[in-house]
Design a protein around this ligand. Structure first.
Ligand code: SF4
Length: 550
């Protein structure tokens, strides 16, 4: 097949905070050099549609990138005015009397990262130095002689079986002197880059959590913008990492969400169900009652920390932001680190452009810059935090306390970590030889909702007649071993009801049904499937959620 080839100098994949910061900083560094052709591709229909975070933003990165970011209209909701940490039991709550320094968010800003990213995308386009192409997913790395030379974008107009439709347009090969992957957590190109170039060698595996959030519109005067509440405890069991949050936004909107560690042990864990139950706690219910669900979304968070980051460079390619693992697991914050990593990558690229050298040796300066920056300073302090939670909440909190007073040492230095999917128990290990059936929470349609209502509020849309973008390499395992061994956890961990087990009229028993059109691109299935047989690949460009304020 004939493919168009586009030759560029710098190709950025993914319009998140890291690559947008990179694009903006690079345009400053290039000055009047009109020769450099920089292209940014994004799989979403518009920049920001696939961006979701808590978020309470630490402004350190943004302030370095744009010292006058507030004056220039950065759309933050409010500065953090009031902050609480609650330990929840089923009916009660205990408020922490004080917050340890790193957990204190005063000085930060409650924001919708999607809005911030859209604003930053606008500034990048205003520079006139960067071409931004939405609806262009990167589907394959172009590698020649162990050097990344660009990315192939996805085809449009193929039917469910993969045959070209009359509207078919082949993807293009974008060849670049340097390619930067900023795809967010567990990006599909990053995954293949890490495997091919063994970028995790010697480090810990990355582990993730799934964050699910909703926006609630309340009556006037019910929400104080800038109020921040974090919770620990109920409804999680003591083996599972995670907690809840409520952030007060402008215009009487609550940003409410729940994070579940994707290294849980009970195969019946249902992150969406846990979130819905969290909202029924008397302390949370009291805040939300009378309000209306207006948005929904989900995304994974790479929370392994410093020892789980990858080597972020190879010949011709850099990796930035969440994709590289730059997230502080103590504060569960990564926006400021993403922005800073983008800025450091921009400096590295500007030097490489001057010298005409994009070898791994030249690009390794990026890693050195990270190690000499406050990214390393902050992440080293929390380098053993998540590992402590492998043994449950209480040891995790004790280890976190020791980490705080020892500058990051924790119980040991360095503490190992297992991939999250290897920790899930089989049904028989968890429940004995006769496991009870799984019971899903019955939503009331007022405070609690099912996953399809959430998908509706996420604005998710895909072209229906296209190849399924969730590749299950051996569906036979789903109907045989997985039913018996784990009870098909994909039907619970997916926050968008993509996976269903249905009766198989031909062979009897059950078979897997994939409702790919519901997918909100969170990547949980690719991460948490115990057999590692699910491969998430980008669907046709422009498909997926349409997050507007998340
Ligand atoms: Fe997330 Fe996978 Fe479900 Fe899509 S199919 S929403 S990526 S868990």
């Amino acid at each position: 097949m004939e493919r168009e080839v586009l030759e560029v100098d710098v190709l950025l994949v993914g319009a998140g905070p890291a690559n947008l910061a990179l694009a903006y900083r690079l345009s400053q560094l290039l000055g009047e050099d009109a020769e450099t052709f920089v292209v940014l591709i994004e799989k979403a229909k518009e920049v920001g549609f696939h961006t979701l975070s808590g978020a309470v933003m630490d402004p350190r990165g943004m302030r370095e990138l744009l010292p006058d970011f507030l004056e220039r209209g950065c759309p933050v909701e409010a500065s953090v005015e009031e902050e609480e940490l609650w330990f929840l039991t089923e009916k009660g709550r205990l408020a922490a009397p004080f917050l340890p320094g790193p957990l204190d968010n005063r000085g930060g800003y409650v924001c919708s990262l999607g809005r911030v990213v859209r604003w930053l995308g606008g500034l990048v386009e205003e520079t006139g130095r960067v071409e931004v192409f939405p609806e262009f997913p990167g589907v394959e790395l172009l590698v020649e002689e162990e050097r990344v030379v660009g990315v192939r974008t996805g085809d449009r107009g193929r039917d469910r079986e993969g045959n070209p439709k009359p509207t078919h347009e082949p993807g293009i090969d974008i060849r670049a002197r340097v390619t930067v992957l900023g795809e967010g957590p567990h990006g599909s190109l990053t995954k293949s880059l890490v495997r091919r170039f063994e970028l995790r060698k010697g480090g810990n595996p990355q582990v993730y959590a799934l964050g699910i959030k909703e926006l609630w519109r309340m009556e006037k005067g019910r929400v104080r913008a800038g109020r921040v509440v974090h919770t620990l405890g109920w409804p999680l069991d003591r083996e599972t990492f995670g907690g809840g949050f409520l952030y007060g936004m402008r215009d009487d909107v609550w940003d409410v969400g729940f994070v579940t560690g994707l290294d849980y042990r009970d195969p019946y864990t249902d992150p969406h169900g846990l979130f819905q139950r969290f909202k029924t706690h008397p302390a949370v219910r009291g805040l939300l009652e009378g309000g209306r669900l207006i948005r929904y979304g989900a995304k994974t968070i790479p929370e392994g920390g410093w020892f789980s980051r990858i080597r972020p460079y190879v010949d011709g390619c850099l990796v930035v932001g969440d994709s590289a693992g730059f997230l502080d697991p103590l504060r569960l914050k990564g926006i400021h680190l993403a922005v800073k990593s983008g800025m450091l990558a921009a400096e590295t690229i500007a030097e490489a452009l001057r010298e005409g050298d994009f070898s791994a040796r030249a690009l390794s300066r990026f890693e050195r810059k990270v190690e000499e920056s406050w990214i390393a300073e902050e992440m080293r302090r929390s380098r053993n935090i998540h590992q402590g939670f492998e043994h449950g909440l209480l040891p995790g909190l004790l280890n976190a306390g020791i980490s705080l007073v020892t500058g990051g040492r924790g119980f040991r230095d360095r503490m190992e970590l297992k991939p999250g999917h290897t920790r899930i128990r089989k049904l028989a290990e968890q429940y004995g030889p006769n496991p009870p059936p799984f019971r899903r929470l019955k939503p009331d349609g007022k405070l609690t909702f099912d996953r399809l209502s959430g998908v509706y509020e996420s604005g998710t849309k895909h072209e229906e007649d296209q190849p399924v973008h969730l590749h299950v390499s051996d569906p036979e395992i789903c109907r045989t071993r997985c039913v018996r061994e784990y009870g098909n956890p994909c039907t619970r961990f997916c926050p968008a009801e993509v996976y269903e087990m249905e009766e198989d009229p031909e062979r009897g028993g059950m078979r897997l049904k994939i409702n790919a059109g519901n997918c909100v691109h969170c990547k949980t299935c690719d991460i948490m499937d115990p057999y590692q047989i699910i491969d998430w690949v980008p669907p046709e460009g422009g498909g997926g959620p349409r997050y507007t304020d998340l």
